[in-house]
Unconditional design. Structure first.
Lengths: 264, 258
């Protein structure tokens, strides 16, 4: 019963936000071109790195492409769900309309993180998946049930970690109101997820595994893809995902106690 | 001229209110350092004949040039145009772009100390790359950074004027940002690009946005006179285009939200 309610509400969200986004049709075309160009650009950058060397941090070009593919998929998801909703949260807090959200008989975190959807990221997701299929072909990866399950688990974990990171920042809006710039910092840090973690120096690697778990977001799923990830890494990733999800939830509930409505 | 100074003063005090945000902006520009880390950690630089120290200076300079040539006029303009805030600005006997222009300059002044702090931290980790460019080159790179800022400001203002027709011009800007990101030399020096790109890239404005000023500042090899000529060429090309599109756009302007 309860689950059904959320499903119904979510289809309503989908319908309304798609309808409002489709108002700007030329925008969608421009976003599509942007997505294609940005993938081309990052492959170009990768080819610069590889033009005089066979491997970077132990990864061959074909293998590094997998990371690129996963990054593109995750970026698409960020642009479709996380980014537009974050913008909404900032607006809610600034204009005091968060009150209306809190009064609704659905969970506020559910409402606030899934309300909006922007179709401009869809193409990126599709492009990333295509790239991944291409990588499966050129790396001669054998598909098996085991492989697929592991891939699904790790990618789901990445999405959850990414979501928690974004949601953390959104939550801080309650105190700081303007968090637009903090997301820019997160964005630029996430940028290094395009490259294999082992191509960075030790100190950076440490930073990006412990403080901001970017290593877990793209590198481990790619290792699973290539079939050389140890099982403990997968378990560690699941563990970290749980920690992130739970703390981001707690943090949101904690922050709500400090919410004092604006302009009312 | 006096108007500009007053505007500048107002905007500077405005910007001082947002110190935290500007500091965060400065931090978000650290991508060049990650790139540097990949280059040196994998000894990729041997192939392009730039040693580690010169390369780290290059990326630090690229960071600086980027910090002082960031332009976001299209986003402010879009917001003002959509909310109808633009109408009072248009009535004033001063092109509203002066307002945005001084806003940018004021922001850069506020940003300067933060950029210095980041540079200081960078030197702390890479003490061997400390250098001080001689005054002539410092001056030249300052000029070229400003010219690069002007080019980007003009391009973005042209895009911003498209607001008059499409309402959402910021997505065009995001599209334009992609080639800027990959071709300007922010992520990899243009010297390292493959030949088939190098053959045409110097005819586009991109290498003059970051690569050229950064080379000047870091003391890497670059063609000084050609760089300046191309920068001025692009400004002379873009400026009339901007005045034309502004003139056409204001005729189309229908005040929104009022």
């Amino acid at each position: 019963m309860n689950k059904n309610k959320y499903l119904v509400v979510y289809t309503k969200f989908l319908y309304t936000s798609l309808a409002s986004e489709l108002e700007y049709k030329t925008n969608i075309i421009i976003d599509a071109i942007t997505a294609i160009l940005s993938l081309v650009g990052s492959i170009f950058l990768l080819s610069i790195f590889f033009q005089n060397t066979g491997n970077i941090g132990g990864w061959k070009f074909e293998q590094a492409l997998i990371i690129q593919g996963i990054y593109t998929v995750l970026n698409g998801i960020t642009n479709t769900w996380f980014n537009p909703n974050l913008r909404e949260i900032v607006r809610h807090v600034r204009e005091g309309t968060l009150d209306f959200v809190l009064l609704k008989p659905v969970d506020s975190q559910f409402f606030i993180s899934l309300k909006k959807i922007s179709p401009s990221g869809f193409l990126e997701i599709i492009l990333g998946v295509c790239l991944l299929f291409y990588c499966i072909k050129i790396n001669q990866i054998k598909l098996s049930l085991n492989f697929l399950i592991l891939c699904l688990i790790t990618i789901t974990c990445s999405i959850c970690i990414l979501y928690s990171l974004w949601f953390f920042i959104s939550t801080t809006t309650i105190w700081f109101v303007k968090t637009w710039n903090a997301t820019e910092v997160l964005r630029s840090l996430l940028y290094i997820g395009r490259f294999p973690m082992s191509s960075f120096s030790f100190s950076l690697r440490l930073f990006f595994s412990i403080i901001i778990p970017i290593a877990f977001i793209t590198t481990i799923p790619s290792e699973v893809f290539l079939g050389f990830a140890q099982i403990w890494k997968v378990i560690l990733e699941i563990f970290i995902t749980l920690i992130f999800l739970i703390t981001s939830r707690r943090f949101w509930l904690f922050a709500l106690k400090y919410y004092s409505s604006a302009s009312s | 001229m006096r108007k500009i100074f007053t505007l500048l003063k107002v905007q500077y005090s405005n910007m001082l209110e947002y110190r935290v945000e500007i500091a965060l902006w400065a931090v978000s520009g650290i991508i060049p350092f990650f790139m540097l880390n990949i280059w040196t950690n994998n000894n990729l630089n041997e192939a392009i004949n730039i040693n580690n120290i010169m390369l780290s200076r290059y990326f630090l300079s690229a960071f600086f040039v980027r910090q002082f040539s960031v332009v976001w006029v299209v986003f402010s303009f879009e917001e003002d145009a959509l909310l109808g805030k633009l109408s009072p600005y248009i009535i004033q006997p001063l092109n509203p772009f002066f307002r945005y222009f001084t806003q940018h300059i004021a922001e850069q002044i506020t940003r300067f100390p933060f950029a210095l702090i980041i540079a200081f931290l960078f030197f702390l980790f890479n003490p061997e790359s400390i250098w001080f460019p001689n005054l002539i080159f410092l001056f030249l790179s300052f000029i070229s950074t400003f010219l690069s800022f002007l080019i980007q400001f003009l391009i973005q203002s042209i895009i911003a004027c498209l607001c008059f027709w499409t309402e959402k011009a910021s997505s065009i800007e995001r599209l334009f940002f992609i080639p800027t990101l990959f071709l300007s030399g922010l992520l990899a020096p243009v010297a390292s690009f493959p030949k088939y790109v190098k053959s045409w890239i110097y005819f586009t404005p991109f290498p003059y946005l970051i690569d050229f000023p950064a080379n000047l500042l870091s003391g890497n090899k670059t063609n000084i006179s050609e760089g300046f000529i191309m920068q001025i060429f692009w400004i002379l090309l873009l400026f009339p285009l901007f005045t034309k599109i502004w003139y056409e756009g204001t005729k189309k302007y229908t005040a929104m939200g009022s």
